[in-house]
Write a protein of this length. Structure first.
Length: 456
């Protein structure tokens, strides 16, 4: 069928030869008519990949000679040789898959959350939902009924406390006997793919649709994941219709979610939207003072200033630095009453500071450094231009994300708005050039890495 072959040809520059040859060329064209194309996948994994990466591209790009869209029907080929030699094994029940929730951090409780002026409304509402009394620090009957606001959509930058609050709600409600399920969006995606591969969608839906409360963390991760978004859409509808509580967290407002289907975005906006802001320096100082007092571990004002300056990017980093100081005192002086000097603190935190600096490098910093080196904009690196002046810097940026941050190919693809196979191809191109002693490239990489380090 010419339309299908033309579609594959158009996709090659976008996905790369490896992805086309591995995933799409083996698809068998069963039969077709003017408006329908029937394909057969070799296995469930190939079918899942097709649904995830190709299905979203079909609507606008696969049409017949009259410019009418062609509907693609995908089935999985059943091979005779795949049947077991012993017919009795056909009668054995298939092993049930277990879709486990993500593990909760025992320290992520309402009691340990720093309630400040900037997050007070969000904290109060979620506390009431979970039945936590912040004044007495005890649990009681919830004053806000589940489903009053549905869904609850919480957004904020990294390290503002989204995951902490979702875990606090989960652990609190689990003690009431309710069926509560907390998962990261990445875990939800893995469960969908595993269910498709194992023909276990029934078990998957029982897990996700028979709960009283569903909490999904970092929903922005579902960008461009068509099959996962489709399953989430139906899961959301089922739970919402039954009056079950849905709570979602994200790095941005629902309306700004990239590559999330509009029908999902509109549903995220049905209920209540809450915003978590980053803590101010004064609020971080308050957090540090409270923790030092609780641990009976006094610090001088100059050490507190040092901690806020070098580890005040997030509450997590700040508290981690405090824990390192406590460990240093215990290991060196075997007593908590020893009063640290600034020199002691700097010595104790030397390795942690280096680790924090490495951790502060993110994909955006790498992209900016590459863009500055080549005299182009970050938007051009992330854009669709196929000129050599953009392609090579883009490949270098992907290589550095892989090399410095150890990012998975899928995560790099999400950052650069590319398929993971394109990322793999780009990284391989840079690696091959380095293997052939490309001095110009090696020099560029060295200068860019210096620039990235200086940004920290």
């Amino acid at each position: 069928m010419h339309a299908w072959q033309n579609f594959l040809t158009d996709l090659r520059p976008e996905l790369g030869d490896e992805a086309i040859d591995k995933w799409l060329t083996p698809l068998q064209v069963d039969h077709f008519d003017a408006c329908n194309l029937y394909l057969k996948a070799q296995d469930a994994f190939q079918a899942a990949w097709f649904e995830e990466h190709i299905r979203p591209r079909l609507k606008k790009r696969l049409a017949n000679n009259n410019n009418h869209p062609i509907k693609v029907h995908l089935s999985i080929e059943k091979k005779i040789e795949d049947l077991p030699e012993n017919p009795e094994t056909l009668l054995k029940p298939k092993e049930s898959l277990c879709f486990l929730p993500d593990t909760l951090d025992p320290g992520s409780t309402f009691e340990n959350f720093l309630c400040t002026q900037t997050n007070q409304i969000t904290f109060q509402l979620l506390s009431e939902l979970a039945g936590y009394d912040s004044e007495t620090k005890t649990f009681k009957e919830p004053t806000l009924a589940l489903g009053t606001f549905n869904p609850i959509y919480i957004h904020g930058a990294s390290a503002t406390g989204k995951t902490h609050l979702l875990m606090a709600i989960t652990s609190s409600l689990q003690h009431t006997g309710l069926k509560v399920l907390y998962v990261r969006a990445e875990t939800f995606t893995e469960h969908v793919v595993r269910a498709i591969r194992s023909s276990a969608m029934l078990e998957f839906r029982k897990t996700y649709r028979h709960v009283d409360v569903l909490l999904i963390d970092d929903i922005q991760i579902l960008a461009r994941r068509g099959a996962t978004q489709e399953e989430l859409f139906h899961t959301f509808n089922t739970l919402h219709t039954l009056g079950k509580q849905i709570i979602i967290s994200s790095s941005c407002p629902a309306g700004l979610l990239p590559a999330i289907e509009p029908r999902l975005v509109s549903r995220f906006e049905w209920g209540l939207t809450l915003h978590l802001e980053k803590l101010s320096i004064e609020e971080l100082r308050q957090l540090l003072d409270q923790r030092c007092e609780a641990l009976d571990f006094p610090l001088s004002s100059e050490i507190i200033h040092y901690l806020l300056k070098h580890f005040g990017e997030t509450p997590r980093s700040l508290l981690r630095s405090l824990e390192s100081l406590i460990l240093y005192v215990h290991m060196r002086h075997h007593r908590s009453s020893f009063l640290l000097s600034l020199d002691d603190a700097q010595e104790a935190l030397k390795s942690l500071l280096e680790e924090e600096k490495r951790g502060m490098i993110d994909p955006q910093k790498i992209i900016r450094a590459v863009a500055d080196h080549f005299g182009i904009s970050a938007e051009e690196i992330l854009g669709k231009s196929q000129t050599q002046g953009c392609v090579m810097p883009r490949q270098i940026a992907m290589h550095l994300c892989r090399e410095i941050l150890k990012m998975p190919y899928l995560r790099i693809g999400e950052t650069f708005h590319r398929d993971h196979s394109t990322v793999m191809s780009s990284v391989r191109i840079v690696q091959k050039k380095l293997e052939t002693q490309d001095r110009e490239l090696a020099t560029a990489l060295s200068l860019i890495q210096q620039k990235i380090t200086m940004q920290n």
